[in-house]
Design a binder for this molecule. Structure first.
Ligand code: FAD
Ligand code: SF4
Length: 468
């Protein structure tokens, strides 16, 4: 009966997977959503209208075959669904968890217009998690192996997307990463309450079994030179991310008690995963009044990590209004439920304190004319200065490209803001024909799913270059 109901979307409303109560989740570093049950995922997937020209597919950066796998999962056909979802995405269970679906696939769903979008992300996560639990593995039995050698530098989503396409086409890549685990920011950035770390451990095992070789704890430029890699391999993919922290440019940023977002998040992951080398590296917000500056995903992760560490109070100050926040609507809502206070239209002008941080001076803003990107520029309201008391400040203003200096020595050019030049129209080939690049180091800090897409496209370019 379920399969014949074309009006399921009227009879059954959108239902997200159940969330743990805020009081429980704010004490633990675990994912906050329960998995869908098989009945829930079928009922929710069956709400899909199977639009002839599905906008969700176009809006999804990897162009997943969304209505097709929703149909398969609504029929209970997990194994076909997982094969299909892997045709376009290398880490579907990760994207299902961390994509800002409200801006991507679900934002484009026809049902978003009043009925509530299909829960595409949660279905995507369910398909892969369930298939793995059933013992599914990518079928490599028909792969014809070549003797081509490709090095991938960086085991983040861009590098993993690239390695996935290469190995499925018979090229066994060697992936170098300076960290002790794969994932890049998926492991050492995004906290466990959005993405539990076992997900990446499982992927490492799956990729390894497929034929990908990981050389972890290996920093290119230090433990092995780029020159040696260029000499040893037929082609190279760079997926090294972007790690220069943006500063506010106001007084007091160097006071003790002011931290950049990423070192704070990494120190927390390192402690939770047992990678901590020195306990002094841990940045602890227990019992502190914390102010987080910024309004993106990184700021939300800092807010919610501080809450879980037992901060006395966490306030997030953002210079635009709520509607103009870059962070995912879902994650802002989760942060509010967990007790984060938001101050919108507040721009920091100074961090104040004698020996250490004591507060943040902010001014109120209102939104003025749009800037060159179409986003309305915040304008300061005269005489609106205010000091917010703080014991610790976390600065989450985003990242600028951090290209390694050895790239230029090998004809890999960067543009005027430091991004590696690797145009999509040339399959992400850099100015050195043997070297391809993708993800944050090319486009600036963006999303997991766009990094995966670029890694996969670059791999196609490498295969053409190698004439495989
Ligand atoms: P990275 O993930 O940064 O991976 C680069 C890898 O290269 C790293 O593992 C690094 O160790 C390695 N590397 C660098 N230099 C070397 C070297 N010389 N030798 C060896 N290895 C090297 N996106 C979303 O879609 N959803 C979210 O919810 C989200 N939340 C985020 C939260 C935070 C805190 C941050 C910082 C980002 C978030 N993002 C989110 C953005 C997303 O994580 C990135 O856009 C994405 O990870 C970029 O992938 P990448 O592969 O280009 O780079
Ligand atoms: Fe949506 Fe991201 Fe999955 Fe695409 S990859 S369908 S945007 S959750």
């Amino acid at each position: 009966e379920r399969l014949n109901n074309n009006f399921q979307f009227v009879d059954v409303g959108r239902q997200d997977p159940k969330k743990k109560p805020a009081d429980t989740r704010k004490k633990e570093f675990n994912e906050i959503y329960e998995p869908f049950t098989s009945v829930e995922v079928r009922d929710q997937s069956h709400r899909c209208l199977a639009c002839g020209n599905p906008y969700c597919e176009w809006k999804c950066p990897v162009h997943n075959f969304i209505p097709d796998w929703l149909k398969l999962v609504s029929e209970g056909n997990i194994l076909e669904a997982v094969e299909m979802s892997h045709q376009t995405n290398s880490l579907p269970e990760v994207c299902g968890r961390v994509c800002p679906q409200d801006r991507l696939c679900e934002g484009a769903c026809t049902l978003n217009d009043g009925f509530g979008a299909v829960t595409i992300g949660s279905a995507e996560k369910y398909i892969t998690d369930t298939a793995f639990a059933m013992g599914w593995k990518p079928d490599m039995s028909k792969v014809a192996w070549t003797d081509k050698k490709v090095a991938v530098i960086g085991a983040g989503p861009a590098g993993l997307g690239c390695a996935d396409i290469l190995v499925r086409n018979g090229v066994k890549p060697t992936v170098f990463d300076r960290y002790p685990e794969i994932g890049g920011l998926l492991t050492f950035g995004i906290p466990e309450f959005k993405l539990e770390k076992e997900v990446m451990v499982r992927r490492r095992e799956v990729f390894t079994e497929m034929g990908v070789e990981f050389r972890l704890n290996t920093e290119v430029g230090k433990d092995i030179s780029f020159e040696d890699i260029l000499n040893e391999y037929d082609a190279v993919f760079l997926g090294m991310g972007t790690y220069n922290y943006m500063k506010g440019g106001f007084p007091g940023e160097d006071l003790p008690g002011v931290y950049d977002a990423l070192p704070f998040l990494i120190s927390n992951v390192n402690r939770n995963l047992g990678f901590e080398k020195d306990p002094a590296d841990f940045i602890d917000m227990k019992g502190k009044k914390v102010i987080v500056l910024g309004g993106g995903d990184t700021a939300m992760d800092c807010n919610r990590t501080s809450i879980r560490q037992g901060a006395e109070a966490v306030t997030c100050a953002y210079r635009r209004d709520e509607a103009n926040m870059p962070g995912s609507v879902r994650e802002v809502a989760n942060a509010k439920e967990e007790g984060v206070q938001f101050l919108f239209n507040r721009q920091p002008v100074a961090i104040i304190g004698e020996e250490k941080v004591e507060g943040v001076k902010v001014v109120e803003t209102r939104l003025g004319e749009p800037d060159e990107n179409g986003r309305r520029r915040p304008e300061v309201i005269e005489g609106s200065e205010q000091v917010l008391p703080a014991d610790a400040v976390l600065v989450a203003f985003g990242f600028r490209p951090s290209p390694a200096d050895w790239l230029a020595d090998h004809q890999v050019n960067t543009n005027d803001w430091g991004g590696v030049i690797a145009p999509e129209a040339q399959a992400y080939q850099t100015t050195n024909p043997k070297v391809f690049a993708g993800g944050d180091m090319v486009r600036g800090s963006d999303l997991v799913v766009t990094a995966i897409y670029e890694g996969r496209q670059a791999a196609e370019g490498i295969l053409d270059y190698l004439e495989v």
